[in-house]
Design a protein around this ligand. Structure first.
Ligand code: ACO
Length: 426
């Protein structure tokens, strides 16, 4: 029997029965698509606290249990056994690839790592101290001017090529944004390197010297990229879907996702964590900053703590917390005053009643920022790293949406609280 929820308008006594849809996991949803037609009402849910914006098969989060699945596979198992490009393949196509399929996928990604020479010149137009995220928004959006002739978004093969192009070119564009910000020449990709290794090469090598990719850094980056590859309908992914729902160019849609990711409440948190730690300065200042975080009159929040969905613990944070502690020990950086301060803050907050009661745990970005710093990645590149990884999720979600036979433009409604209709003064 179809499960339903009944809503009664207390003013008119009119009743409507709404169908309930069950997913594979997670809470069921009340299908309100016909609510307006039946009852003449919209629903009101600012921040989408109780609203599922789409049906998706890509990722699943159980915030209370601290579970994250990519296509059904727990993130912990992928972290242990998989790697970023295999995860990319899984997210895009729905199944783990065979060895042959993975090789083919890697080859296709490698084939697209270069960017058009004209696009390389775009970077020169940015002011020398432009934030790399600002450059990313502009340059990724500009890709839409390069491939429009060969891109029919109604053709699944074209969509796939656009998706692979985007994944392949992100490290090249990211590294070029960084090189521009420090006044060094752009470095071409080297296709015998891994995805993460190639990024490190393009960021840190210079034409005048040999550069060898540090395998510790390469492995740590690959792990963080896996953790960040997708996170279902977060703000940036929803932005990509909404932009894409108008059938806009996919590169422009990804640029809109990058813009949404940039904010400190989302992907910008990893950069904000480092800035906050610099501001705190020394461990004896921690209680003062914790008190500020609790003070409702003070806008200060402890960056890298709390999550909209994980109200228990962020499973990605658990994985990279361990990786972070291991890496600091391996690099001999655990006694560095900066990392000591970070770990002291982590310990302090985990024991504090306010943070315990509100279930505010360190999130993935608390630790990713620390790992990036330990690897010598500059602070203003942290969110760019996140964008590289999340590109996989963005394109996978865009492809899923575009393949829906009844795909419609996203168009939320509103509760209007402005002036009622009035006449222009005579
Ligand atoms: N420091 C202090 N207090 C906090 C923090 C924090 N970091 N986060 C939440 N709170 C408090 C809020 O003030 C609120 O208190 P109240 O109930 O007394 O009003 C309560 O905890 C719930 O917070 P909300 O803002 O309602 O939670 P929401 O789900 O809307 O926000 C968010 C989640 C944006 C992540 C928030 O926790 C935050 O701002 N954290 C810091 C920024 C950050 O680390 N962002 C990264 C998110 S992870 C990612 O994007 C990959």
């Amino acid at each position: 029997m179809q499960r339903t929820v009944t809503i009664t308008d207390s003013a008119t006594g009119k009743t409507v029965e709404l169908p309930v849809r069950e997913g594979t996991a997670g809470p069921p949803v009340v299908d309100i698509a016909n609510l307006y037609r039946e009852l003449g009402m919209f629903t009101y849910d600012p921040g989408f606290l109780s609203t599922a914006s789409c049906a998706s098969q890509i990722a699943f989060i159980d915030g209370d249990e601290g579970i994250l699945l990519y296509r059904g596979y727990p993130i912990e198992q992928l972290a242990e056994k998989s790697n970023f490009l295999e995860v990319a393949c899984l997210l895009l196509y729905g199944e783990l690839p065979t060895a042959g399929q993975l090789r083919q996928f890697e080859e296709r990604i490698r084939h697209h790592t270069m960017i058009h020479e004209s696009l390389r010149d775009f970077f020169k137009g940015f002011y020398h101290d432009a934030h790399p995220m600002a450059t990313m928004v502009g340059v990724v959006g500009s890709l839409s001017a390069f491939y429009h002739d060969s891109l029919d978004i109604h053709n699944p093969e074209h969509r796939e090529t656009a998706a692979l192009r985007m994944i392949a070119k992100m490290p090249t564009i990211a590294a070029a944004s960084y090189k521009h910000s420090i006044g060094e020449p752009q470095i071409y990709p080297k296709n015998d390197l891994s995805y993460a290794g190639n990024l490190l090469h393009m960021m840190f090598s210079v034409p005048s010297e040999d550069y060898e990719v540090d395998p510790v850094a390469e492995k740590a980056l690959d792990l963080i990229f896996m953790m960040h590859a997708d996170h279902e309908q977060n703000a940036s992914t929803s932005t990509v879907r909404l932009a894409g729902s108008s059938q806009a160019n996919p590169f422009a849609c990804i640029a809109s996702g990058i813009a949404a990711l940039w904010g400190p409440a989302h992907g910008g948190a990893n950069e904000a964590v480092l800035n906050m730690l610099s501001e705190i300065g020394t461990a004896d200042n921690i209680p003062k900053y914790i008190a500020r975080a609790k003070d409702k009159q003070d806008p200060f929040r402890l960056m890298g703590f709390g999550h909209r969905v994980y109200k228990n613990y962020d499973p990605r944070a658990r994985i990279i917390r361990q990786a972070c502690h291991d890496l600091l020990a391996k690099l001999g950086a655990a006694n560095d005053p900066f990392f000591e301060l970070a770990l002291a803050l982590e310990e302090f907050a985990l024991k504090d009643d306010y943070f315990i009661e509100k279930k505010l745990y360190p999130n993935v970005d608390f630790y990713s920022g620390l790992i990036y710093k330990a690897l010598g990645i500059p602070t203003n590149m942290f969110t760019v790293m996140f964008a590289i990884a999340r590109t996989v999720g963005w394109v996978a979600q865009w492809m899923e949406m575009m393949a829906e036979p009844r795909q419609r433009i996203g168009r939320p409604r509103q509760l209007y609280v402005g002036k009622a209709q009035r006449d222009y003064p005579a």
